[in-house]
Design a protein around this ligand. Structure first.
Ligand SMILES: [Zn+2]
Length: 360
């Protein structure tokens, strides 16, 4: 049996924590699903237009019957190889599963890996261009998942009109792996739909939170910053429990934050909007906790202070170079350690006139 823990296996497992405590599973929902499948299979088999009962259908019916029988016996949901519990989220997806993740056949392992690769591709396809310009704004981000898929969320939504505002978003979904990446795609779709509706920023966040609450299960939430960059260096932003952004100005770095609870926690949450003005050459730096909580060889965290110092020494840098310098410092700090969490960093920069004349 395969002893090595493939990436696919690890990722699929990260959404499941309680499996090992279970014995046989007799979940009424799963039973209902099995009975529904039996009914549907019988209906197909009994249909007068059906050709001679296909062997595959008979086989499936046999498997469904056997699963129901095992449920009566109390052995349903137990891996036939190691006799440990099969991960419950997998049973919910496919009630006929009989092997735990550790004991999948190599074909099944490969199928799982293919699913993950597809999920990763879908997710990469949702990312905005890494460099976006609007007026004198230059935005650049770096997105570095810890595994194949990421729970970090980042988006840039350009305005419909030239004099409109550029919307920038950066966030972090609780948890890791496929479950978190699904929530991330959900956030993406939601903000893409809501951004063009003409809501004020606080209402936009309230609405997003309310929709998110209706479509997540208990315990799923996301922190994020949603901002709009307008004319003459004006930025307004709201935070749903996310880490404070850093404003890199000529005279130093300061944390700018606004208070609000994460999306998905309470359906009635309200959000406040902060406004800051960036001078030419200033940047606003947003990041996820995969950066501030990266650890070095002795287990000490990188921290917002160090990020603030690195960025503060680089006022006026173009966003690509500022972001690269920060990411490089995080990497050298945590060198030798496996990246434990998704890392995303975004720089919203107001170009100074010198750079404008050089590049435009
Ligand atoms: Zn097993």
């Amino acid at each position: 049996m395969p002893e090595t823990d493939s990436t696919a296996t690890r990722m699929a497992r990260s959404s499941d924590v309680e499996a090992k405590e279970m014995n046989g599973v007799s979940d009424p929902y799963i039973r209902e699903q099995l009975e529904k499948r039996r009914k549907e299979l019988n209906a197909v088999l009994a249909s007068p237009v059906a050709a001679a009962p296909s062997a595959t259908l008979m086989e499936l019916l046999g498997e469904v019957d056997s699963a129901l029988h095992r449920m009566d016996e109390g052995t349903y949901g137990i891996c036939t190889t190691c006799h440990e519990s099969v991960e419950k989220d997998r049973l919910l997806n496919d009630p006929l599963v009989r092997l735990c993740l550790d004991h999948l056949t190599s074909d099944e392992q490969r199928a799982l890996e293919r699913d993950l690769e597809l999920a990763a591709r879908v997710q990469r396809g949702l990312l905005p261009r890494t460099d976006v310009r609007h007026g004198d704004w230059r935005v650049h981000y770096q997105y570095k998942p810890a595994g194949m898929v990421s729970g970090d969320y980042c988006d840039l939504i350009p305005p419909a009109a030239e004099d409109g505002e550029l919307v920038f978003l950066l966030g972090d979904v609780a948890g890791k792996g496929v479950a978190a990446s699904l929530l991330m795609t959900h956030l993406h779709a939601m903000f893409r739909s809501l951004a063009g509706v003409g809501l004020t920023l606080d209402k936009l966040l309230e609405m997003a939170n309310s929709v998110f609450c209706q479509s997540t299960i208990a315990g799923q939430y996301a922190t994020l910053i949603c901002g709009r960059a307008g004319q003459r260096g004006e930025i307004e932003f709201g935070s749903a429990g996310h880490l404070a952004a850093l404003l890199i100005a000529k005279d130093g770095v300061r944390q700018v934050c606004s208070t609000g609870v994460p999306l998905g926690m309470f359906s009635t949450s309200r959000y406040t909007v902060q406004r800051v003005r960036l001078e030419r050459g200033d940047s606003l730096l947003l990041y996820t906790d995969g950066i501030s909580e990266a650890v070095n060889a002795s287990g000490a965290e990188y921290g917002a202070g160090r990020l603030s110092n690195i960025a503060g020494e680089r006022h006026g840098w173009v966003p690509q170079e500022l972001a690269a310098a920060c990411m490089k410092d995080v990497q050298s700090y945590s060198s030798g350690r496996k990246q434990a969490d998704d890392q995303t960093l975004m720089v919203v920069h107001r170009a100074d006139t010198v750079e404008l004349s050089l590049n435009d």
